[in-house]
Design a protein around this ligand. Structure first.
Ligand code: BV8
Ligand code: ZN
Length: 278
């Protein structure tokens, strides 16, 4: 792949041009956000989908929210676990898993760096997946000396969250859940928390380094279903474009950040991505 700076113009829906590149690229990195799981029925983070009861998702995804009301934050994650565990990978996830297998046969690499915590890439059969922001299927211990992390598929995660009505109900009308009834670490009995990177929290340094190495070494980057507003994930695709490496965006909308991107495929990614990789 020549590293010449691509012309400033973006190729809209240039499936032929993209196909020539993707079928010869040696190290493909795919950056995904909530939009790739939208067609699996998982609400995206921003906009109408980003609401639960009367709360905005990002206001509950914080250490302060958990410290002041762990029951509320746990109930929010219990709701998201329920949706994720009952969702299925869609054609976008599956096309990436299939293309990774094709690359493997051709001694090429395709790796996914996802902001999503729903685990759908792994369930679609993708093997090289870096989960930047943790995973709903995991819980970790809040006791600093224990640091236990375990997989937990219980739904609801504790009996206290059973029969709490749907996401539209106002929290205020529901009985308060006692801290003693919240999820506990199976190792030490301390309060457990979702294994999720919240706003204002550092990403796991090893995970971040793995992502940066993949992004820094790719010769083609796909960026799928993300509003590119959250850092450090939002820096990855622009940094690839700045190296003169082609970036292909698959999104319903366009973002100012993508002016340097070589390709733009507007529309639902469960349609556009299989067509581009097919
Ligand atoms: C960090 C887990 C260092 C939670 C998430 C002030 C204080 C502290 C920090 C900051 C600060 N100001 C800025 C920061 C940094 C902050 C940040 O970036 N904030 C933003 C809001 C400005 N970042 C952090 O805090 C990160 N840590 O910086 O540490 C530090 C530490 C302390 C102090 C300073 C610095 C940690 C960020 C991780 C947060 N956790 N997720 C959970 O899931 O519950 S982020 C969450 O939102 C998602 O994981 C995702 O990463 C992110 C963005 O969401 P998207 O995936 O992009 O989804 P969104 O809904 O936004 O967009 C969907 C897109 O899909 C749209 O473009 C839509 O058009 C498209 N789409 C929809 N459907 C389809 C589609 N496209 C195609 N087909 C479709 N069908
Ligand atoms: Zn523990």
């Amino acid at each position: 792949m020549s590293s010449r700076k691509l012309s400033g113009k973006r190729n809209y829906e240039d499936y032929e041009g993209f196909k020539r590149l993707v079928d010869t690229a040696k190290n493909i990195v795919v950056l995904t956000g909530a939009g790739i799981s939208a067609e699996s029925g998982i609400p995206v983070f921003r906009g109408a989908g980003g609401l639960w009861r009367k709360y905005k998702s990002e206001n509950l995804a914080s250490p302060d929210a958990f410290a002041s009301n762990p029951a509320l934050v746990w109930e929010f994650y219990n709701y998201r676990r329920h949706i994720a565990f009952n969702a299925s990978p869609n054609k976008a996830h599956i096309s990436l898993a299939d293309y990774e297998k094709k690359c493997k046969k051709e001694n090429r690499n395709l790796s996914i760096v996802t902001q999503n915590v729903d685990g759908l890439h792994l369930r679609a059969g993708s093997e090289k997946v870096v989960e930047l922001h943790g995973a709903l299927r995991k819980v970790s211990c809040t006791n600093g000396t224990c640091e236990n992390v375990e997989e937990n598929y219980d739904d609801p995660i504790v009996p206290a969250f059973a029969n709490r009505g749907d996401a539209s109900l106002d929290q205020a009308d529901l009985p308060v859940i006692d801290r003693k009834d919240l999820p506990k670490c199976k190792k030490c009995g301390s309060l457990a928390r979702p294994y999720i990177v919240w706003f204002g929290e550092m990403l796991d340094p090893d995970v971040l380094e793995e992502a940066q190495l993949l992004v820094g070494g790719c010769d083609l980057c796909l960026v799928i279903g993300t509003s590119s507003v959250v850092y450090p994930a939002a820096m990855f695709a622009p940094s690839v474009a700045q190296r003169g490496v082609p970036v292909a965006e698959f999104n319903l909308e366009e973002h100012p950040a993508d002016s340097d991107f070589a390709f733009h495929f507007p529309g639902l990614c469960a349609t556009t991505l299989p067509k581009a990789l097919g």
